[in-house]
Design a protein around this ligand. Sequence first.
Ligand code: AMP
Length: 196
Amino acid sequence: MRIVLLGPPGAGKGTQAQRIVDKFSIPHLSTGDMLRAAVHAGTDIGRKAKEIMAEGKLVSDHLVVAAVIERIAQPDSKRGFVLDGFPRTIGQAVAFDELLHRDAVDLDRVVELMADEDILLDRIETRAQEAKARGHTARADDNHEALKVRLDAYNEQTAPLVEYYRAKGVLRSIDGLQAVDAVTHDVFHAIEGLMP
Ligand code: AMP
C-alpha cells in the first residue's frame, strides 16, 4: 500500500496521514519532519536546509530524494507507506518513480486534498497562535510571509503533479475543507481495496 498525500500547506495532510497509519500500521513518511529533525540534529542536510525552510522555499530535489531513498530502504516500509509532503516537484516524482520501478513496484494511490488558499492562510495562522498559547514555539515557517512563499511554491512547483498522477490513473481528489472526520471518510474510500 504505497500512498502519497498531495495538497497545499495546511490542507491537513499530516492529520490524515496519521489516521491512515493508525488504521493500516504503515509508516508515515513526512519529508518536512525528516528535514526538521535534520535541522534539529545539525546534520549536513539540516544545515543546508535550515534557511531555505524558514523562508518557505523548497529544499533542492537531490537532498530530499536522498532522504526518502534512505527511509524507504528501512524494513518497515516494505509493506507500504504514506508519504506526506513528497514528491513536491515533477523532478522528485520522476526520480521517485524510477526508484520504485527498480524494485518492480509502483505507487498505488495519490490522494489530493483540495483546499482554498484564503482559508489555508487563516488555518495556518491559527495553528501558529495555538502552538504559542500552549507554550510551544511555532514552526519557523508558520508565519504570514513564509506561508505566502509556501503557497506560491505549491502552486508553481507542486500543483503540476496533479496532472502528472491523473495521467497515470492513480489520482483521487477530495474536498480537504470538510470536517476532519468527513475528510478521513473520503480518504479511506479513496484507498479502499489497496490493503491485502
Ligand atoms: P512540510 O512540513 O511538508 O510543510 O515541509 C516544511 C518545509 O520543508 C517546506 O516548506 C520545504 O522547505 C521543506 N520540504 C519538505 N518536503 C520537501 C520536499 N519534498 N521538497 C522540497 N522541500 C521540502
